[in-house]
Each structure stands twice: as C-alpha cells, then as structure tokens.
Design a protein around this ligand. Structure first.
Ligand SMILES: CC(=O)SCCNC(=O)CCNC(=O)[C@H](O)C(C)(C)COP(=O)(O)OP(=O)(O)OC[C@H]1O[C@@H](n2cnc3c(N)ncnc32)[C@H](O)[C@@H]1OP(=O)(O)O
Ligand SMILES: N[C@@H](CCO)C(=O)O
Length: 310
C-alpha cells in the first residue's frame, strides 16, 4: 500500500528504488479506506536525510499513510534551504485545527542547551500540549524524547561523561507489550547522545512504563500507560552509515569523540561498519503504526474513541 508524501519530495526517488510504494499527495487513492495521517515534526538540521529514514520505516507497512512534514516556524534553519521548507513543509499554524492519527517528533542537536534556551522551545511546548488532544499517538525520538519526558513528566536530562555512542544490546523490560511484539529478548539499537534521563526518574513517574532498557545505555523505550506517548532514546531510524558519518564529522572538527561501540568490526574505525539494528527498527515502527495508531485511532478523526489501556 502506498505512502503519500508532498509532490516531488526528493526522498521519493530513493524510496522508489527500494521498492517502497510512494505516491505524490496530488494522486487519489483508489480504495475507500481513510489513509492514516502522520505528522513528522522534523527538528534535525539534516532534514532530507531524516525525511528519507522515517518515510522508509513508516512506508513499509500495508497501511495507507499520508505524511505531513512540519518544521518549527520560530527557528530559521541554517542547514536546510528555505526553498525546501517552502516546497515540502508546513508549520504548526497550518495544521493546528486538524487531528492526526500519529506524530513523530525527531531528535535535534541541542542537547547541550537547557530546554528553555532552544529557540523553538515555546513553540514545541505548544505543539506537545496540542498532541494530547489532537494526536492518537506521538513517537518521540532522542532529544525529542527528552523534551517530551521533561515537558509532560518533569523528567530532567543529565550530561554524560562520555557520549553514549554506538550500537548497544537492549532488552525487553515489559513483555507482552504490543509495541515490543516480535522483539528478540536481546536486540541492538544505535545510541548517539551526550545526555541521559535517569532510570529512577522514569520508573518513578506515575503514568509511565519502561518498555526496554540496556545495561550499558540505560532506558531505551518508555511509554505512557495509555500508549499515547512513546519515548525512544536511541535512533532505530538511522542508516547503516549514520554513526560513521557523525564520527567522521566530529573527528574532522577536531572534537574529542569516542569510537562508536560495537559498530565497526573490532571497534576499528578504519573498517566498514556493521548494521545490526534494521530489522528491529522496522518492527518498532510497524508495531507502533499497527497497535498504537491504526488500531487505536477513530475512523472519523476527531470523534472520540477511547484509547485501549496497555
Ligand atoms: C541527541 C539527538 O537528538 S540526536 C540528533 C542530533 N543529530 C544530528 O542532528 C546529526 C546531524 N547534525 C549535524 O551533523 C550538525 O548539527 C550539522 C553538521 C548539521 C551542523 O553542525 P554545526 O555547524 O556545528 O552547528 P550549527 O550552528 O549549524 O547548528 C546546528 C543545529 O543546531 C540546532 N541549534 C543550535 N543552536 C540552537 C538553538 N539555540 N535553538 C535551536 N536550535 C539550535 C539547529 O537545529 C541547527 O541547525 P539548523 O539551523 O539547520 O536547524
Ligand atoms: N546524534 C547527535 C548527538 C548530538 O546531539 C550527533 O552526533 O549529531
């Protein structure tokens, strides 16, 4: 089944080569099935890369989806052209009177700043408040997850002595959770962050469950008990080369950067990196779309359907 994206979005060509059925938004669906409406709030500077990564994952299901890309209007992007944003993106003002089945809030390279110093923080708070009544389930990634945990649950982030960088073994902490359906007991996922949330803060927050964690990398997935908010501290969406690209970038800048763990053979950065998380990434996003979006959302968006307890 197709995923609809803005007409002529560059990601379309890449995904078409991977046999993902992508349609321009101007083309009509042939079937009388309401497509799921997914908003992606893209806070990454490398917007085109992230668009492709996320559309690849959410496009790989038998569900019909319509993806709407959003950027914060209170931030002027240095790394993404104004033309790209004008052609393919909307802002919160354009969509705030609408309802969405799902929303993804991406990571952002602003971990070193207190939340309040991020220049789109006020706008992001407004968007996160809006998701509560207007989005069936919101999937927060990395800094987006830290922002959501802080805003909705008052959980702070803390700097790490060394970047949590590499591909780490994670385990299932709450078996029989739909989001984890089909997960192996131990699975691998990339982490790439300079900050963390403390396990005890998440465990003690009323209304939150820890679904997956790692001995080395800490909490990986937490979710509100009603499934409306999912917080993922790693990057299941990353491409095989993403960590290498970040490592090379920081080395070239002369920054002190540790070699990503368990990624290059023998942790030797001159070797070609191994990708060991893509099956997990696909399953995580398809479980979210199936159980927390498709099965939880009302057919007529805006008409209440009680969210099933999880
Ligand atoms: C922890 C996580 O969530 S992981 C996600 C973060 N990882 C990534 O984004 C990986 C890709 N990013 C990068 O490689 C780098 O950010 C680069 C190469 C694109 C740019 O790096 P630099 O030149 O050092 O920094 P630059 O001054 O361009 O700012 C980088 C970004 O930081 C963000 N930023 C910095 N300061 C602020 C601020 N006060 N408020 C809001 N955003 C800010 C912006 O997103 C900015 O990029 P944008 O304007 O294109 O959106
Ligand atoms: N994943 C990020 C961490 C910085 O916030 C990067 O290396 O770009």
């Amino acid at each position: 089944m197709p995923i609809k994206v803005p007409d002529h979005l560059p990601a379309k060509e890449v995904l078409a080569r991977e046999n993902i059925f992508v349609m321009d938004e101007s083309v009509a669906y042939h079937q009388d099935i309401r497509p799921l409406r997914i908003a992606i709030l893209n806070l990454m500077p490398t917007k085109e890369t992230t668009e492709t990564q996320l559309l690849r994952l959410i496009g790989n299901t038998p569900l019909q989806l319509e993806a709407v890309l959003l950027h914060p209007k209170t931030h002027t992007s240095k790394n993404t052209s104004a033309e790209h944003l004008a052609s393919f993106y909307k802002t919160f003002d354009d969509i705030k009177d609408e309802k969405y089945d799902g929303m993804i809030i991406t990571g952002a390279p602003v971990e070193h700043l207190p939340f309040e110093e991020v220049n789109y923080w006020e706008e992001l708070k407004e968007i996160m408040d809006w998701t509560v009544d207007n989005v069936t389930s919101t999937f927060h990634i990395c800094w987006g997850a830290q922002a959501g945990l802080y805003h909705h649950f008052g959980i702070p982030k803390h700097p790490l002595p060394e970047k949590m960088f590499g591909v780490f073994a994670h385990g299932v902490a709450k078996p029989n959770t739909p989001l984890l359906r089909g997960f192996d007991e131990v699975f691998y996922a990339p982490q790439s962050r300079h900050t963390e949330v403390l396990r005890e803060d998440v465990a003690n927050a009323p209304g939150l469950d820890i679904l997956s964690e790692s001995e080395e990398a800490g909490v990986y997935i937490a979710a509100s008990k009603d499934g409306k908010q999912i917080f993922v501290t790693g990057h299941a969406e990353y491409d095989p080369q993403s960590l290498k690209w970040e490592y090379d970038r920081d080395k070239a800048k002369g920054l002190r950067i540790n070699v990503p763990k368990n990624y290059f053979p023998n942790d030797d950065p001159t070797k070609f990196p191994m990708s060991t998380w893509r099956a997990h990434g696909n399953l995580l996003f398809s479980n979210w779309l199936n159980y927390y979006v498709y099965q939880a959302t009302p057919y007529e968006l805006g008409k209440a359907k009680p969210h099933s307890n999880r």
